[in-house]
Design a protein. Structure first.
Lengths: 166, 866
């Protein structure tokens, strides 16, 4: 059993090989990251659809699943529970789906920061933090509304200033 | 901006856009633009994701984090986690901001700080902020508690000695009802057990019953939409609980006993038609197999795996194979039952499954099933994917080497592999094969014929060609003469020309590399002596390479050509068969455990038909040789031949060539051969030896030679030499001293070359006046012990300026207590005659009472002037 067992990184890659989201829970240099992405998109994108969702890679396992045009990949240790990781990926996708309202690749491109916010409510330190989709959705919504309130305040303040200086 | 980047058609355009954006962001940074800071950082993150450098934005993150508003902090922390990692110094600057945020009144800001800390904290930060995190484990809001729990995992992984502070708060988390907290709390406890035995003991003692109850409640819980995943309540929590139980149960029978019931329940009641259920079953099986023995549960677990294995879902089959690898150490019988299914998986279309299955098959092999399993694998090799062949070949070779029940089977399988996937076979594998072949003397003919057949069919496999060419070179005559035909063979007629054809085809293939072609040349040289009828043709082929641009080939071609044309008489001696290669030495070499040691196992030497392969070496030797005709000593086949190759000098190229073949081959010879002469030098000395007139041109030296023995008292005893002169003559037993003096112009005193408690070696010398460089030595071996020595072999090696020839010894059995002796003739020619004196390293091996003995030594006490 690995001493530092966890999800080492999360990758979202489009079918064309474009990176849509990366989150690293283990330290890799920028160079290593680029190399990893290149290697993995090479192996994963070329696999036929009916094959199993696991790829062995440098002593680790990459569990991937394709949703529409996006591949969700998570890298775990050799002896981690691959089937569970598949469930975690699905969990993530369902939450994204709920949040964006049937999520598509473009949502993740233009609102990539929101995708990260969602991920941060699901995983910390490469570990799952919440198994309830409802809770995650509630927490994200609460934080989004905090941002909205702040924006409104800001604009109202700037309106007041604008009016005062008119 | 994102739109602009997406609109880019080429990488260059994209770079231009990114450069422009970066420039404007830099400008904004330097103007300290407050309003757009978070927007700029967001852009930077996008740019970062595309793989461009963004280090200049790092300080912006810190500024955003330090600003009071939630939106700024939110984007700031996100930037921090994306743009930085734990190894950057900048991170230290943020410690204080995080500390403040951990104490913030807004729980979402606390959450942000915890999340960032959990994802990127360094060891220093872990130490600084551990107390805050520990306190937050008791925070009123469960969502903060769960974040704090995961953050604690990071902290104890970074600084394991902080773990004990977390034991109590972590244990408290296990009593929670909130799934998020429970989930993370269980995870925290699991990780703590790994870094702290204290924690492990504590949890074992206090928490195990509670955990079992939690799992029981969870497994029996009614439908709960919030946590439901395809009909199962919170599989994630299930799995984490099972994992913690596994850690607690491992190595503790009592703890294991407590959890048996619930494990049995989970294993039997969990629905297995959806992935979530299977994930739980899989985890449960892992737990059952890790905790202390409970026969019933194990059967249950193996049955689940069997069910998994026959599933049609590739993922399930994959994890089954994975888990069976672990099961094999517990219950190999149970796994063996699934052998057929596993073997099918090796042939799956999915590379991941194939790889797992192959690993598993490898573990399944044992003496009783090796034949059938190997057959399956070898058959599959034929049709497997090209990219899978490498792995498969390596595993087959390893299986064959490890479990081979008999040599003929080993050779059969290896040749099949070579002909199917020879290009994937590693060097050491075919080297090992050659070692095995040389040792299987009764299979030489069979092997070479089989190789001949395979090469006809699969001529593009490089290693197959190498082995074939080598064997044809060595055992060519057996190929043609159908020697040693086994019952299982079909009779075949191969002419000498056919055999040469094979090598010729091989050498003409352009795809082959240098080593193979060099081996071909050697094989040709050997065949030229074995098949006199083809000699002319072979010479033509060799000549063809005289113009080769590859130096190695050119040199060989030229040297071999001259051997064939000019040195007919010695050729057959030169190209004699390679001695049997010692398997033990080779495998030791391979394992890297034996330092450069040379030994040839005399015992395994093939029985050479009398006379046929006896070194028909230079007639000169025969003249002096008194004994060898009557006793074609068996020892002449083995180790001595090595010396011949080296020492006789005649063909530096040949010795070098064989070296190449063998070095690539075995390394076993390397040692001896490395002492051998470099081609240039020895070809010149070849000439020296072959032209007697050379000696006459050095009258001065001659005089020297004659002069030195005239002072016998100055016999140059090396300080190490202890025995007095008198002893020397004692050793002269039954065998009459050779009449060397007559043929010699001069006499030299005999010396005790080597003496140990068990053995004495005496050298007496003689010289041909016409050839002062060459010294004939008669070595006499005497046994000082009361036991008979059998398999007695004397070997020696000399430095580069010397060349050595050993004649066969008079016997290989040395009678006890000096009642008889063995004599052996050596000839040394000294290319530095007059400048350097003789020196020799020797090694003697023999058997006493069925025990192998090895003695070694160096002889420095040769009379001067030899």
């Amino acid at each position: 059993m690995g001493y530092d067992r966890k999800i080492h990184f999360v990758l979202l890659i489009s079918r064309q090989g474009k990176v849509r989201l990366t989150k690293w829970y283990s330290p890799y240099t920028q160079k290593e990251r680029t190399k990893i992405i290149r290697e993995l998109s090479g192996t994963i994108l070329t696999r036929a659809p009916k094959l199993c969702n696991f790829v062995e890679w440098r002593g680790f396992k990459v569990v991937y699943k394709r949703y529409a045009s996006l591949y969700f990949c998570m890298c775990v240790d050799q002896d981690d529970n691959e089937l569970e990781i598949l469930e975690i990926i699905h969990h993530f996708v369902e939450i994204l789906d709920r949040y964006f309202g049937s999520v598509c690749e473009l949502d993740l491109i233009f609102n990539f920061h929101k995708a990260y916010f969602v991920l941060d409510e699901i995983l910390i330190a490469g570990e799952l933090q919440e198994s309830s989709k409802k809770t995650v959705a509630r927490l994200i919504a609460a934080q989004d509304s905090l941002v909205e309130v702040a924006k409104e305040q800001e604009s109202s303040i700037s309106n007041i200033i604008a009016q005062a200086t008119k | 901006m994102i739109r602009a980047i997406r609109a880019c058609k080429t990488a260059a355009e994209e770079r231009a856009v990114v450069r422009k954006e970066c420039a404007s962001i830099r400008a904004a940074i330097s103007e300290n633009d407050q309003d757009y800071r978070h927007r700029n950082l967001a852009k930077l993150m996008f740019i970062h994701m595309l793989g461009y450098p963004t280090h200049f934005g790092q300080m912006e993150c810190l500024k955003l984090i330090a600003s009071p508003g939630f939106p700024e902090k939110r984007i700031g922390y996100l930037g921090l986690m994306l743009l930085l990692d734990e190894r950057q110094e900048v991170l230290m600057l943020v410690t204080n901001s995080i500390k403040q945020d951990l104490n913030h009144t807004n729980q979402y800001i606390v959450g942000l700080a915890l999340c960032a800390l959990g994802n990127i904290c360094s060891a220093e930060m872990a130490r600084d902020l551990a107390p805050e995190v520990e306190r937050l484990l008791q925070f009123r809001d469960p969502n903060i508690r769960k974040k704090a729990a995961l953050c604690s995992i990071r902290i104890i992984k970074k600084v394991p000695d902080l773990a004990e502070n977390f034991i109590n708060p972590a244990a408290a988390l296990l009593k929670e009802k909130h799934h998020g907290v429970l989930l993370t709390g269980v995870q925290l406890c699991t990780d703590m057990c790994k870094v702290s035995t204290e924690a492990l003991e504590y949890f074992r003692l206090k928490c195990i019953d509670g955990l079992v109850k939690v799992l029981k409640d969870l497994a029996n819980s009614p439908y709960a939409p919030e946590y439901d995943v395809s009909g199962i309540a919170d599989p994630f929590l299930h799995i984490r609980l099972l994992r913690l139980l596994r850690v607690l149960g491992q190595g503790d029978a009592e703890a294991s006993d407590t959890m048996n019931d619930i494990l049995a329940q989970v294993a039997t009641k969990t629905e297995s038609n959806k992935n979530a259920g299977n994930a739980i079953l899989y985890e449960c099986v892992a737990t059952i197999m890790s905790i202390e023995e409970n026969g019933g549960l194990r059967v249950l677990a193996v049955n689940i795996l069997g069910r998994f294995l026959s599933s049609r879902d590739n993922n399930i089959r994959y994890v089954a194979l994975n888990m069976l690898m672990k099961a094999i150490s517990l219950d190999s019988q149970a796994v063996q039952r699934h052998r057929a299914t596993i073997l099918e998986c090796v042939k799956d279309s999915d590379a991941s499954i194939r790889k797992r299955a192959l690993e598993l098959v490898y573990l399944l092999v044992n003496e009783s099933n090796v034949k059938s399993l190997t057959k399956e694998l070898v058959d599959y090799l034929e049709i497997s994917d090209p990219e899978f062949k490498g792995d498969l070949t390596a595993k087959i070779c390893s299986i064959v080497e490890k479990f081979s029940p008999e040599k003929i089977w080993y050779i059969d399988q290896m040749l099949k592999v070579l002909s199917e996937a020879g290009n994937n076979v590693k060097d050491e594998v075919w080297h090992a094969l050659i070692v095995v072949i040389t040792n299987a003397s009764n299979l030489h003919g069979y092997t070479v014929r089989l190789l001949y057949k395979y090469v006809q069919a699969a001529g593009e496999q490089e290693t197959l060609i190498r082995v074939a060419v080598w064997c044809i070179g060595e055992y060519g005559e057996m190929l043609v003469a159908n020697a040693g035909v086994l019952d299982i063979e079909d009779p075949m007629t191969i002419t000498e020309a056919d055999a040469v054809d094979v090598v010729e085809t091989a050498i003409k293939r352009h795809s082959l590399d240098l080593t193979t072609r060099a081996m071909c040349l050697i094989a040709l040289l050997k065949l030229s002596s074995r098949f006199p009828s083809c000699s002319k043709r072979i010479n033509d082929i060799i000549l063809h390479h005289k113009g080769s641009f590859v130096l190695e080939l050119q040199q060989r071609a030229i040297e071999f050509n001259s051997i064939i044309e000019k040195h007919e008489k010695i050729r057959s001696a030169l190209v004699e068969r390679m001695p049997v290669l010692d398997e033990a030495t080779f495998s030791g070499r391979r394992a890297g455990s034996i330092p450069a040691a040379v030994s040839t196992s005399q015992g395994a030497a093939p029985k050479v038909p009398n006379g046929v392969f006896k070194p028909a070496s230079a007639p000169l030797v025969d003249l002096l040789d008194l004994s060898s005709d009557d006793t074609p000593a068996p020892s002449s086949s083995g180790g001595d031949f090595l010396q011949d190759l080296l020492g006789v000098d005649l063909s530096p190229a040949s010795s070098q060539g064989t070296n190449q073949a063998q070095k690539s081959g075995t390394d076993v010879l390397l040692d001896l051969l490395s002492i051998g002469t470099p081609p240039a030098q020895s070809s010149s000395s070849t000439l020296d030896m072959l032209s007697p007139s050379q000696g006459n041109k050095k009258p001065v030296d001659m005089l020297n030679d004659l002069a030195s023995p005239s002072a016998p008292s100055a016999q140059v005893f090396s300080p190490a030499k202890k025995s007095p002169m008198m002893d020397l003559l004692d050793g002269f037993g039954p065998s009459p001293p050779a009449p060397v003096a007559e043929t010699n112009g001069s006499t030299y005193p005999s010396v005790v070359a080597f003496e140990s408690t068990s053995l004495k070696i005496t050298f007496s010398f003689s010289k041909d006046p016409g050839n002062p460089q060459t010294t004939s030595i008669e070595a006499q071996f005497a046994n000082k012990s009361p036991n008979i020595y059998s398999n007695f072999v004397f070997q020696s090696a000399v430095p580069k300026f010397l060349q050595l020839h050993l004649d066969p010894a008079s016997s290989n059995t040395l009678p006890a207590s000096g009642n008889g002796s063995i004599t052996q003739k050596l000839r040394v020619s000294n290319s530095q005659h007059g400048k350097k004196s003789l020196v020799m390293r020797i090694r003697i091996s023999y058997k006493v009472n069925e025990k192998d003995v090895l003695e070694e030594g160096q002889i420095n006490n040769f009379p001067r002037g030899l």
